[in-house]
Write a protein that binds this ligand. Structure first.
Ligand SMILES: C[S@@+](CC[C@H](N)C(=O)[O-])C[C@H]1O[C@@H](n2cnc3c(N)ncnc32)[C@H](O)[C@@H]1O
Length: 316
């Protein structure tokens, strides 16, 4: 039976535009910036957000405390009361093509503590953010269980400011293996040039969690894998645009922004972020395709945004 999504009006419209060689209105003409800038701020997230101007960020990518007592910063009396304060700022600071990714998990059993479900409910009913995708981050390594199915996923929600959100699917396509490529080429509903580019990674991503001895580790207790962050940064922002992570942790988002030629702002109220980020930079492979970059620790925010703005491309 055909997949219902093939009859979706948006899907048909996108294919028609593609066939006629017409760009979707969310498409942005991008070029490699000459240099990227990365601002590091040791500050409370909410305090920082209040200083951010309207429509200034292309991608907000955050991995907030999950409220599961993993560290001193991970326990809340009322999670949503706290989360509301930063959730309420996101729509305002995003550009019209802007996106927001929030990592989280669902709390099972009888905990009934605040979690990503409450964030989803709140953003749907109390903000103008649009819910675009739920991405399941699936991993094979994890704890065993005897009274329930062992958990092997976390989630990330992708929200956008408008219908005109930026999405560069081509940059995150995954190659077909030879066999499935042959089958796909016979499917009349698929465009041959899209098949050549690779397939949509879907909203279930299999990426291994970082083990204690993983080479990626820089010492932060809840560090995310590079490839997980890279897919969001590449797909939902463009070279020279500004990415903000106001729960910076070790600075994984900043590292990916350097490697993928985006500007970034990292905020964390723990100054240890600065040391973790140094370690990230030491272990970065010299990526010859990325633009040169500059790190600015606690810069004046307006001046920093002024520099970044000069590097951002003009939307068409
Ligand atoms: C889940 S970790 C982020 C890990 C990060 N994604 C990485 O890959 O390294 C969340 C971070 O939020 C920070 N944090 C907690 N509450 C904060 C607040 N109110 N303002 C700023 N940062 C905060 C913690 O210090 C912690 O480093």
């Amino acid at each position: 039976m055909a997949n219902k999504s093939h009859f979706n009006a948006g899907h048909i419209a996108m294919n028609t535009l593609k066939k006629n060689g017409v760009a979707h209105s969310s498409q942005i003409e991008t070029k490699m910036p000459e240099k990227t800038y990365h601002g590091l701020f040791t500050k409370d997230a909410v305090e920082f957000l209040k200083q951010m101007p309207d429509s200034s960020v292309q991608l907000v990518l955050i991995d907030p405390p999950y409220n599961i007592d993993l560290a001193h910063w991970d326990t809340f009396e009322n999670y949503l009361d706290w989360a509301k304060q930063w959730l309420d700022e996101i729509y305002r600071i995003l550009t019209d093509t802007g996106n927001c990714v929030i990592f989280g998990g669902f709390q099972y059993q009888d905990l009934k503590k605040g979690d990503l479900l409450e964030i989803m409910h709140y953003t749907r009913h109390n903000t103008d953010l649009r819910f675009t995708n739920l991405v399941i981050w699936y991993y094979k390594n994890g704890m065993s269980a005897h009274r329930f199915f062992a958990n092997r996923h976390e989630e990330a929600i992708w929200l956008s400011k408008t219908k005109n959100y930026f999405f560069d699917l081509d940059s995150v396509r995954v190659p077909y293996d030879e066999e499935s490529k042959k089958t796909a080429l016979k499917d009349k509903r698929l465009l041959p040039e899209s098949i050549e580019k690779g397939k949509n990674p879907t909203n279930v991503w299999e990426i291994g969690r970082l083990n204690g001895n993983s080479v990626e580790r820089v010492g932060h207790p809840t560090q995310k894998p590079l490839e997980l962050i890279r897919r969001f940064v590449k797909g939902l922002s463009y070279p020279g645009s500004l990415v903000l992570d106001f729960f910076g942790g070790s600075g994984t988002t900043g590292r990916i922004c350097i490697e993928e030629s985006r500007n970034s702002i990292l905020v964390d109220n723990d100054p240890a972020m600065l040391d973790y980020f140094k370690k990230h930079r030491q272990s970065m492979n010299g990526n010859i395709f990325s633009a040169p970059y500059e790190i600015k620790v606690s810069p004046n925010l307006d001046e920093f945004l002024g520099i970044v703005k000069n590097e951002v491309e003009i939307e068409c």
